[in-house]
Design a protein around this ligand. Structure first.
Ligand SMILES: Cc1cc2nc3c(=O)[nH]c(=O)nc-3n(C[C@H](O)[C@H](O)[C@H](O)COP(=O)(O)O)c2cc1C
Ligand code: SF4
Ligand code: SF4
Length: 282
């Protein structure tokens, strides 16, 4: 039996969970292909003829990154292949992301086995500076991922699947926009915390690491490099370029004191009960 786990991960949290799932599925007798989202176009055969597809992503403003949703919407139709979804989030909220991903897969004919959300170190610039959730996912988180994999395999064996609605967020903030285009909600979430990206030409090493690592291919280098420009496609300011820049030529100017970020997190934060609901399986 073959399974493929497609995942996107900027800072490694989702990747850790992907590998915990990988190990457990392998232990259950599956031959598993872990596949970076960036490499899917080069290995389309990895999605053909499989028994279970897993898809994982970091939560960006309560949803899957837009480019990841586009990828899900572009998948070929299947006839009842099983699938599960997982996300990591910085401990504020996983929002409605599992539902959105599962609903997109269900539209393509996948049968949903379950959804998993695991806390990770916060990769948002202010969150990193404040070391929010540092060290997550930890051993207990990865053990939860392993448990989820076991439940998914059991559900697959029994031929069970679930309605994506069961993965929906009960948090009022997200429930209000459930199933609708979420641009307005995301805008509200970004307001007040989104920093400006600054470029200091003097410190640029001309290495193009920023360009290569940008998930939306938003960075263009000009004739007279480093005269480059970027306009984050999808409006997604993910700050990956800033994080990877070896010359510290890119930096973030926060709109206010870094501590303000804690208040922003509270706006959309999951209740303790919702945080404990780490997995739902068929
Ligand atoms: C642009 C952006 C938006 C984010 N939005 C959220 C969010 O809505 N809720 C949350 O709890 N964490 C949020 N985070 C934190 C990440 O979801 C979290 O750190 C995740 O584990 C990163 O996974 P990765 O290491 O696989 O990239 C955000 C991070 C970024 C960069
Ligand atoms: S913040 Fe940087 S890495 Fe992220 S989308 Fe914008 S240009 Fe690309
Ligand atoms: S990663 Fe930093 S140093 Fe390298 S080209 Fe981009 S801005 Fe310049």
């Amino acid at each position: 039996m073959r399974s493929t786990i497609v995942y996107f991960s900027q800072t490694g949290n989702t990747e850790k969970v992907a590998y915990a799932l990988y190990d457990r599925l392998q232990a259950a007798g599956y031959t598993v292909t872990p596949l970076l989202y960036e490499d899917v176009a080069d290995f389309p055969e990895a999605l053909e003829g499989i028994d279970i597809l897993g898809v994982g992503f970091p939560t960006f403003f309560g949803y899957p990154p837009k480019f990841f949703e586009r990828f899900l919407r572009g998948l070929k139709k299947v006839n009842g292949t099983y699938a599960f979804v997982f996300t990591t989030y910085g401990g504020a909220t996983a929002g409605d992301g599992l539902y959105e991903a599962a609903a997109a897969l269900a539209k393509k004919g996948y049968r949903i086995l379950g959804g998993l959300k695991i806390e990770g170190s916060d990769s948002y610039p202010q969150g990193r500076e404040l070391a929010i959730n540092a060290g997550r996912p930890d051993a207990a988180d990865l053990a939860a991922a392993a448990e989820f994999a076991d439940l998914v395999v059991a559900a697959r064996k029994a031929g069970r699947s679930l309605d994506p609605e069961r993965l929906a967020s009960p948090t009022p903030f997200f429930a209000a926009g459930h199933g609708k285009p979420h641009d307005a909600l995301v805008k509200k979430l970004r307001k007040g915390i989104e920093g400006k990206i600054l470029f200091n030409k003097e410190q640029c090493l001309f290495c193009e690491t920023c360009k290569k690592s940008c998930p939306t291919r938003s960075i263009r280098t000009g004739e007279k490099f480093p005269e480059f420009s970027w306009k984050c496609i999808d409006g997604l300011r993910c700050y990956q370029c800033v994080r990877v820049c070896p010359g510290k030529a890119l930096s973030v100017a926060y709109p206010g004191p870094v501590e303000d970020y804690r208040r922003f997190r509270d706006l959309s934060a999951d209740s303790p009960g919702e945080k404990r609901r780490t997995m739902v399986t068929a």
